[in-house]
Design a protein around this ligand. Sequence first.
Ligand code: NAD
Ligand code: TDX
Length: 335
Amino acid sequence: MKLLVTGGAGFIGSNFVRYMLDAAPEDDILCADALTYAGNYESLVDLEANPKFRFRELDIRDKNGVDALFAAERPEVVVNFAAESHVDRSIESPDVFLETNVMGTSVLLEAARRYGAERYHQVSTDEVYGDLPLDRPDLFFTEETPLHTSSPYSASKAAADLLVLAYHRTYDLPVTISRCSNNYGPYHFPEKLIPLMIVKALHDEKLPVYGDGRNVRDWLFVRDHCRAVHSILADGKAGEVYNVGGHNEKTNLEVVKTILSALGKSEELIEFVEDRKGHDRRYAIDPTKIRRELGWEPQVRFADGIGKTIDWYVKNHTWWEHILDGSYASVRPKK
Ligand code: NAD
Ligand code: TDX
């Protein structure tokens, strides 16, 4: 199979490329990424020697560039991870979220349609469903939950999902969508909660917890998400949406305290700061459909995954130090 992975230099995309090179060694993987601030070629550089892996620097908003890539490569399967992904940045500057997440998706869909891709998979998020109240632990997001977004980020992801489904209905493009809960694991950019807190704790800096710290996120180890996308590519039905999650709900405060305790640091490092605007209270995925129809189950419990993740950040400190000092941006693919 010839697979195009867009956004493959980001957190989940780079984990997915590694996962697929292991899980489907016969596949040819072409990774395309604009290498924005969130894209990090250092996360992929050791794969350069692998003949099944290639990289192209490409912006999914660039219609001509995307068209030329499809014309030359004719990917059979497209998996789109490329996105602006940080909610706080979307609150500060929404424009680029609409440009990449909506218009970029539209460029990819049009190329997939014109060049007859056998599958277009959109990596979406549970944030398209909005949030759940803290006092209703019986409620979960199903694939039927109405879209009800809170931030410019989630609104842009929901818009993209609707466009993907429209390409199925109108043009019969064989699309699938996954809506996953919060991921954590190696190669996670240290602006997001878990890697930010690990890095700050290692430096004995204050850990900024928004609001009262009682917001709940449903955490999934990144490799479990990669396995879910792989099983949707293999057995998912065109036109369908699959929720992905493992019932690992934690308050932000629990997560931060777990990190501090694993690193032997004091809870006095916790600092409550001003809340995020429009801050979603609770996310919780009902993964019944993907379990029942595709047999997918998470393999990593939070207690194990968080330990593995902390160990990875301790051992691979140069990876995030290069982000903090900015030198990661000069690691580029060989021409
Ligand atoms: P990330 O920010 O780490 O990576 C995004 C990647 O996309 C980067 O490599 C960046 O360079 C690239 N990119 C951005 N704009 C681009 C453009 N215009 N053209 C080409 N490449 C571009 O994000 P992530 O956390 O790995 O998330 C990947 C996908 O998964 C996103 O679509 C996100 O919405 C979704 N998602 C993330 C999570 C999570 O917890 N991180 C959970 C559910 C869904
Ligand atoms: O410094 C912080 N302090 C804090 O309390 C940061 C960065 C976050 N938080 C809180 C906000 C959230 O309640 O932690 C929680 C997690 O925040 P993020 O890591 O920014 O993730 P979230 O907003 O939940 O979105 C993530 O999951 C869904 C990804 O970034 C999205 O791309 C994905 O779609």
